[in-house]
Ligand binder design. Structure first.
Ligand code: CA2
Length: 380
């Protein structure tokens, strides 16, 4: 694939001012990292930056001949430029919008993006690594483009459906991304797993959900994932989904959500797989205090029991807890304790420890140990 990396106004100043907002990498650093990441995935990348709207429009038009995907940081033009929106729409090249900063958590006018609706995806608030995530997203989209469908009226109530290249009915893996329930982390985190599992014969339903807004919101997140699972019943006929073989697979904080969705959804899953899951929130360690209290909202510490998977056992379904032994973000003990408690409560549950894998490896088909993870997911 040929990727155009396009940067808009003021991004030439990166690394020279406002490092607290945009980090310390210069634009040259960003371009170099993007080149390397694209090459790792087998793609070629060309970069262009301009402070002028017309030049950006011309670059998008020219990309018709030279690019199959665009990674675009329109800078402040994203908040105002219908002309750029139209250019992206007119050329029809899959374009991922990226913002380095968390535009949803700054001045209200930065929350608005008029260019986003013309793009296939938007990534924001992940620093410079968002550019690399945007390249990965284009990569997985090129391998297997999803059908993105709403399951509710909110823009975050959507999910990506990928069907195996075989006649149905298909078993279904519902994927629930992690990221500490927080805004910048969205479902592209699960793109690799979604594409790989679909290639192995399982339909994948990669669910987005409302996240911490900026404090509280656990009810919305849990309700959304549960509704996302339930929405499979209206899709099964058209897409050949086997509702008797649905598995919920959650990563990190997404495992916490996935567990409750598996318990409450109107479509009953036959299994739950936790990948590096936060399953014992009461013993997550002090490093997680801020995250958990942000999710619960002020003064709601007493409700921890309501959102803690280990305290809500038995689940009433079999579970597999997969954990990389090199995980420094969520300790492998979370999975060990969950499996022990699940068995004690009467659930069938098993632990899969993956040597050499860290927190993100358990969702990456390119990482060490992915075969073990994929088998755990399919076996469930
Ligand atoms: O977060 C982003 O990536 C932005 O697209 C960056 C734009 C801003 O206008 C958007 O709202 C969000 C700004 C580009 C960089 O501006 C600088 C300003 C001072 C110092 C360095 C860069």
């Amino acid at each position: 694939m040929r990727i155009l990396l396009l940067n808009g106004p003021n991004l030439n100043l990166l690394g020279r001012r406002a490092p607290e907002v945009y980090g310390s990498d210069t634009l040259e650093d960003v371009v170099e990292q993007c080149h390397a990441h694209a090459a790792r995935l087998g793609h070629r990348l060309e970069a262009f930056q301009s402070n002028h709207e017309g030049e950006l429009i011309d670059a998008i038009h020219a990309a018709r001949e030279t690019a199959d995907g665009i990674v675009f940081n329109p800078g402040a033009f994203s908040h105002t430029s219908y002309a750029l929106h139209d250019a992206i729409e007119a050329v029809g090249i899959p374009t991922v919008e990226i913002h380095i900063s968390n535009v949803r958590d700054r001045e209200p006018w930065r929350r608005i993006s008029v260019t986003e609706p013309a793009c296939v995806y938007q990534i924001f608030g992940r620093g410079v690594s968002g550019y690399l995530d945007a390249i990965s997203h284009l990569h997985y989209r090129a391998v297997h483009a999803p059908l993105t469908l709403p399951y509710g009226p909110h823009p975050d109530q959507v999910a990506d459906l990928r069907l195996p290249d075989a006649p149905g009915p298909h078993p279904v893996a519902v994927l629930v991304h992690g990221g500490g329930w927080a805004d910048p982390h969205t479902r592209d985190l699960m793109d690799g797993a979604a594409v790989d599992l679909a290639a192995r014969g399982t339909a994948t339903w990669n669910v987005e959900y409302r996240r911490i807004p900026p404090v509280g919101g656990w009810q919305d997140s849990i309700a959304d994932v549960s509704a996302g699972v339930g929405a499979l019943s209206s899709l099964s006929g058209d897409h050949g989904l086997d509702l008797g073989r649905v598995t919920v697979i959650g990563h990190s904080a997404g495992a916490q959500l996935g567990f409750f969705a598996a318990k409450t959804a109107s479509v009953r899953p036959v299994g739950f797989v936790s990948l590096a899951g936060m399953l014992d929130l009461g013993n997550a360690g002090t490093g997680f205090d801020g995250l958990i209290s942000a999710f619960l909202g002020d003064g709601e510490g007493a409700r921890l029991a309501m959102i803690d998977p280990i305290r809500a056992l038995p689940g009433g379904f079999p579970s597999v807890a997969v954990h990389g032994l090199l995980d420094r973000s969520v300790p492998p003990d979370q999975s060990r304790r969950f499996v022990e408690a699940a068995r004690a409560a009467g659930d069938r549950s098993c632990l899969v420890e993956v040597a050499g894998a860290d927190h993100m490896d358990v969702i990456s088909p390119l990482a060490t140990g992915w075969e073990d993870v994929a088998h755990a997911c399919l076996g469930a």
